[in-house]
Design a binder for this molecule. Sequence first.
Ligand code: MN
Length: 490
Amino acid sequence: METLKKLLTYLPQEDMALIEKAYFYASCAHSYQVRASGDPYLTHLESVSANLAELKIDGATITAALLHDILEDTLVTEQDLLNEFGEEVLSLVQGVTKLNKYQFDDNITAQAENWRKMLLAVVKDIRVIIIKLADRLHNMRTLKYLSPDKQKSIASESLTLYAPFAHRLGIYKWKSELEDLAFETLQPVEYNKIKTQWEKRAESNIENLKEVEEQLKEKLAPSAIPLRISARPKNLYGIYKKMERQNKPFSAIEDLFGMRVITDTIEHCYAILSVLNSSFKLVEGSFTDYINVPKANMYQSLHMTVISDKNVMVETQIRTEEMHQRAEYGVAAHWRYKRKVESCAGNAPKEDTKDAPAEDRLDWLKQFLEWQRETTDSSEFLNSLKTECNFEQIFVFTPQKKVIKLPLGATTLDFAYAVHSDIGDTFMGAKVNGKMATIDTKLKTGDVCEILVRKNIRPRQDWLKFAITAQARSKIRKYLREHPEKTDNR
Ligand code: MN
C-alpha cells in the first residue's frame, strides 16, 4: 500500500480512505490466491492500479482496479461491493467482469463479438476499458509464467485487439509496450534480431542525439525559452512493421531515434521551430504542422527531420507539456475535465470546452457502433474497425474549404459519403485539385475534392470495392439491402 500511496499523491485526500479500504478488502478476499508466477494475487491488483496511476486517473477507478477480479475469483458478491464501496465502483467492477467473460477465440465471429462488447462498454463508461487495458498490460508483462499455448493466444489478442484500442484512445505508451510484448511472444526470432540490431545502433545514436541536443540548447539559450528534451526510441514492433511495409532491411531504416522538444506554450513551439530552421538542415518535405491541424485523436506537435552537423538525421517533434501528456496518455489526459462535465450533466450546460477531445472520442465510438449496428458480417465488422482505428488520418477539403477527416487510404467515394450520404448515393465522379479523378482515387492531406453527382445514379454492389470507411460501406449496404432489385446487372 505504501508504494501505491506514493503514486497516488495527485488524488485528493478524501479519495484515499476508500482506496485503502479496497486494498485491504481485496487482500483478504484474494488471500488464498496466487498468480501463475507464484506471487500473491495482490501484486497483480497493485500493479494494475499503479499502471492506472500513471494516467492520473480518478479515485473511483483506482478503487475499482483493486477490486477488478473480486467478483470473478472470490465469494464477494455485487451486493457486498455496493454496500462497501457504492454504486460507481460497483458498476466499474461489473463492467470489467463482463469484459472478462468474452475470452479470446480464434473464431472470427467470436472475435468480432468481443470487439462489439468492448465498444459498448466503452460507450457506457470509458474507464472500464482503461482498467481492462491496465489489467492486460500487467498480464502481458507476466506472460512467461503461462503455458506456451495460452501465451500465444493472449499475445495475439493483445496485438489485434488491445494495442489498436490503446492506440485509438491515444494511450501511446501502453500501445507500444503491448505491441512489443506480443511481438516478443509471437515472433521471438524476429523480435530478438531487431532488438540486437537496435541495441547496437543505440550506442552511437545516443551520442548523436546528445550532440544535436547540445547544439539546440546552445542556440536556444539566448531566447530564454523554457524547454526540456527527451529522446525516445521507436517501439521494436513499429520498426518491424516498417521494415515489412517498405520491404527494407534494418540497416535501411533511418529514423530509429526521435527527439522531443517540450516547452510551455504554442508560441514557444513555433519560436523553437524557427531556431531549428535556421541552425539545422531540414529534410525536405519532412515538416508537418500537427498543431494547426491536429490528428483525429487530437494529437498535436510540430514534426520535422533535422540533419545534424555530422549528417545524422533526427526525427524531431516540438510540443507543449500538455500536448506531450496527451500524446502519451491520450484520452486519460483529459480525464478530470470529463468527470467535471458528467457530474453536472442534465442540470447545467457544458462549460468546460477543454472536455472536447475526450467527448470526440466517445462520439467516434458511438457513431461507429451506429454505422455497424446492422452489420452481421463479422469480418466486415473487424475490417472496418481496423480501418477506423487507423491512427493515420488525412484532411481533405471541400471546394468550400470545409475540412473532412478521413482514414488513410480513403477514396473519393469515401469523401462523398463523409460530406453527405445523399452525395455519396448519387456519386457520378470527382475532381481532385481541379482534375478529373475516379471513384477509386485515393486522397491525401491537402487535396481539394469536388464531387459530381447525378440524380438518377444509385449505389451499386461494386462500390463496396472502392469504399473503405465504415460510414460509406454501411450506407452502401443499407441502400443495397433496401433495394435488392436494383443491385444486379452492372
Ligand atoms: Mn486481472
